[in-house]
Design a protein around this ligand. Structure first.
Ligand code: CP3
Length: 367
């Protein structure tokens, strides 16, 4: 097997996402989809049937193959790729076991119950040793992409990861994790800081391995009140962008644009636009004009069609996607996505209609 080095990468042929993120001129809005390498693709199941989810994540060759599947299938209809991995690899690196249970999602057999359980977490996590497989997958994928589109690296934001580590999986109320915030605020901050330190190291490592954009997923932002968000989420989100950029600069590396997706946190748009991220990603509950007003044109916006529209048939997809592109406007810095990940039972042809529509309409309005 050839081992690839994080150097001499093939020249990038499509830099629309990078230009849109930096507010440079674009001839049309670029488009990519959260969870674009996923269960709605039959070729995904072809690989997954023989390998467990985290086995795929830990095997660079397989993670690379899955990352490339949507790029191969949709060709020029996609303007970016995102490395196949999961946000829960950080809790694993910290010493917690995470299983992906079919039909149920992620499960932690032994979640954190009280701060006394910090004794079960690894002190001084060696990020390269624990998560080097993600770096290898990124480097391999950069070579195999052959410069077709840029590659995103990503992490889960500290609050979302803390919530998983305490809830032990998905939850309707998040009362255990939120209970910690009120009962153990000091220890909650200590945990959030431990996750933040690893997240920074991990993102810098992903850039060194070849990631050309970074996205931070605060998937459970919307479970927090505006005050709680300001105390338990925002400071860590800001530390991550500031310190990642500081580290890249001090090591003489090029900066890469960063995106923050705090799902449900419409109330924090203004703060997020002042957090040293180039892109703020929007869920579908946010009106693009409102987002533009709250962010004062300081950042590029990403999103945001409701993913369930992909179940509405071709006419509905075309109508609603067209309206969305118009709502973001022709001069605005816009990266098209969905308002959250694509759902596993979507017809891949429905996604194709969406991609074709947004590319066509966003080019037309800029002519
Ligand atoms: O294509 C991509 O976007 C890249 C890969 C990616 C995955 N997960 C693959 C995946 C990314 C960026 C993630 C992020 C992730 N993982 C988030 C943040 C985004 C979001 O959805 O808010 C979260 C919360 C997770 C945690 C997670 N991983 C959950 C809740 C689940 C189960 C989802 C479900 O509906 O059952 C996963 C599993 C997962 N991650 C799958 C994929 C393709 C499916 C698992 C399988 O193959 O069985």
């Amino acid at each position: 097997m050839t081992t690839y080095k994080a150097e001499n990468f093939p020249a990038l042929q499509n830099d629309l996402v990078l230009r849109a993120s930096r507010g440079e001129k674009i001839e049309r809005a670029p488009v990519w989809i959260m969870r674009q390498a996923g269960r709605y693709l039959p070729e995904f199941h072809e690989i997954r049937k023989d390998h467990s989810f985290f086995e795929v994540c830990r095997t660079p060759e397989l993670a690379c193959q899955l990352t490339l599947q949507p790029i191969d299938r949709y060709g020029k209809l996609l303007d970016a790729s995102i490395i196949f991995s999961d946000i829960l690899v950080i809790p694993q690196a910290m010493g917690l076991e995470v299983l992906m249970v079919p039909g149920k999602g992620p499960v932690f057999p032994a979640p954190l119950e009280t701060p006394a359980d910090f004794s079960r977490l690894t002190e001084n996590v060696d990020v390269e040793k624990e998560l080097g497989y993600v770096y290898q997958a990124i480097t391999l994928t950069r070579h195999r992409l052959e410069g077709r589109v840029p590659l995103y690296g990503f992490i889960g934001a500290p609050w979302t990861l803390m919530a998983y580590m305490i809830e032990g999986g998905g939850s309707k109320t998040l009362h255990k994790a939120k209970g910690w915030l009120w009962k153990y605020p000091k220890e909650s901050h200590a945990l959030l800081q431990r996750i933040t330190d690893i997240a920074i190291e991990f993102l810098v490592g992903q850039v060194k391995a070849g990631a050309q954009m970074l996205q931070v997923f605060e998937s459970w932002g919307g479970e927090l009140s505006p005050d709680a968000f300001k105390e338990f989420s925002l400071p860590y989100i800001r530390q991550i962008s500031n310190k990642v950029k500081g580290r890249l600069t001090s090591e003489g590396l090029d900066l890469v644009p960063m995106t923050i997706f705090a799902k449900g946190s419409w109330y924090a748009l203004e703060d997020l636009s002042e957090s040293n991220y180039e892109v703020v990603s929007l869920d579908w509950t946010i009106d693009p004009a409102y987002a533009r007003k709250m962010t004062n044109d300081k950042v590029a916006l990403q999103g945001n069609m409701d993913p369930t529209v992909l179940y509405g048939g071709e006419d509905a997809i075309r109508t609603i996607a067209t309206k969305m592109v118009h709502a973001f406007g022709k001069d605005s810095k816009h990266i098209v996505n969905l308002g959250h990940g694509i759902l596993p039972t979507v017809d891949p042809e429905a996604l194709k209609v969406y991609l074709e529509t947004v590319q066509k309409v966003s080019a037309e309005i800029r002519k």
